[in-house]
Design a protein around this ligand. Structure first.
Ligand code: MG
Length: 203
């Protein structure tokens, strides 16, 4: 399986990192080894001094597809979870400055935490899904899918122009504003439509 991630998909988040709002989706990949399995702790890697959480809606592909039209895209994913796109922000900054790819800042082991997948039929309107991240006892991020610049259907259509989507692939759909650092012993808890979905202990 592969993990496809979308950058800068919420206007307020693009602005908080002084990035321009993109006119087409910004994509990058993480390998399967980036997956942080449920109940595993996230270990801050030794090559970074600044790891940020980025809470995102994650969708799971349920059908093989290539060149998927937007109007059919909804049939290619069936489940939604919350995820954290852990990012070595200091390393990413160096990569950006040099014009290098982001992989060492974004795709390292354990950098893709994923909660429990929920059948998308639970929602009447996929364009209005609330989510939230708490760090220890504080709410640090709040998002809603209505604020995505590119919807899940638009993302699937765009991504499938370049990459064949296969069953089990997952897509991190971008983070809203409020990203910030983690330190050892932080507890991260994610809530999808008010229900607890994801829990990560930072080590
Ligand atoms: Mg992200």
């Amino acid at each position: 399986m592969k993990i496809i991630c979308v950058g800068r998909n919420y206007i307020a988040h693009a602005h908080e990192l002084n990035n321009k709002v993109p006119d087409e989706p910004l994509l990058f990949l993480k390998p399967e080894t980036a997956l942080l399995r449920k109940r595993q702790a996230f270990f801050i890697p030794d090559f970074t001094n600044e790891v940020h959480y980025e809470t995102e809606l994650v969708i799971r592909i349920c059908k093989v597809g290539k060149h998927i039209q937007e109007k059919f895209a909804h049939t290619y994913y069936n489940e939604i979870a919350l995820g954290i796109d852990f990012t070595a922000r200091d390393i990413q900054h160096i990569c950006k400055t040099k014009g290098w790819p982001w992989e060492i800042a974004k795709a390292f082991d354990g950098s893709a935490a994923v909660g429990s997948f929920v059948d998308k039929k639970k929602w009447d309107n996929l364009l209005n899904i609330d989510f939230e991240l708490k760090k220890n006892d504080d709410t640090v991020q709040k998002g809603n899918s209505k604020d995505m610049i590119f919807s899940c259907d638009q993302l699937i259509s765009y991504i499938s122009r370049f990459f064949t989507l296969k069953i089990g692939d997952i897509i991190f759909t971008g983070t809203p504003a409020g990203v910030g650092p983690v330190k050892r012993n932080d507890r991260l808890n994610g809530y999808l439509a008010g229900h607890h979905n994801l829990s990560v202990l930072v080590k």
